[in-house]
Ligand binder design. Sequence first.
Ligand code: UDP
Ligand code: MG
Length: 341
Amino acid sequence: SPWTGFPHGCDPQRDAGRLRVNGALPRVSIVAPCFNEAEGLQEFYRRCSLACSDAVGGDHEIVLVDDGSTDATWPLIEALARADERVVGLRLLRNHGHQLASSAGLAAALGERVLLIDADLQDPPELLSAMMREMDQGADVVYGLRTGRDRESWFKRTCASLFYRSLSWLTDTAIPRDTGDFRLMSRTVVDAFLLMPEQHRFIRGMVSWIGGRQVAMPYQREGRYAGTTKYPFRKMVRLAIDAVTSFSTRPLRIATWSGLVFAFLALGVLGYSLVQWARGSVIDGWTSLMAATSLFAGVQLLVLGILGEYLGRLVQESKNRPLFLVGAVRRGDKLHAVSAE
Ligand code: UDP
Ligand code: MG
């Protein structure tokens, strides 16, 4: 893909082509973005490996993407990769966020199917077997549907629920509610995903957009195995705005309509003021003047803000930068790195 940034001499998709000749592609790749996940990574690796030996008899790879962690995540990934040749480590040059780290992992995954999963064990890797069976029966995507989120905070659940409800009202692409990025995808779907170059990525929406047969698999979302959430409120808001702006231009239309409505209101107010003026009573009305002025100023700023969100994205897309830069790729003893470490 043109939007990926791998170190010189390392091109996972070309490598996949080379491997394909020998018929040696893993049946499934697990892709997990990791941002300061050192505490739970060993356990994550253990459960994924077990799940893969159940599902595909160990014919798998595990792609761990270090998203610019500041703890021991990368040394740990390297140790896992040295000990088990099925582990592939990617290290981004800086923190790019969950969506881009996942995209980097998807670009590097060679498997016939790819399971995208969080590294904090909130999504159970053991679901892989059942998901594989769904896919054997013809599904292109099997996505996890969160039935219970008891272990998450009330605040997080309320935000998520509000978000999914307004998203489905705003967008035309049917993005299933209460899903995350936890999903098994066929090679066809992953390759289609790799054709999509946008900088602001909302993966679950992009995969819905691709289409094919997409099947839900209900599961109970667990609490984190270790560590704390890497998604503070700020990042949740950013993801929500990315989701809306990448799948809908309806906010722009809402801006237009509210502009129209308020323009008509303004006409009414103008008429009223003229009548008052004709009657000679124009001293009163400071309150209504202030109210009208601040209301209109508010609406104008809101509309400008909405325009700005879209315009800013347009500027960023027009730069055509790679979405992320991978500083190092480790497969077993082989290390491709941008600079010697
Ligand atoms: N993550 C990441 N980069 C970030 C933030 C998060 O790669 O900047 C990873 C994180 O390590 C985890 C996944 O994305 O594997 C989901 O993050 P988290 O569990 O913190 O989000 P939550 O489940 O609380 O929504
Ligand atoms: Mg989590």
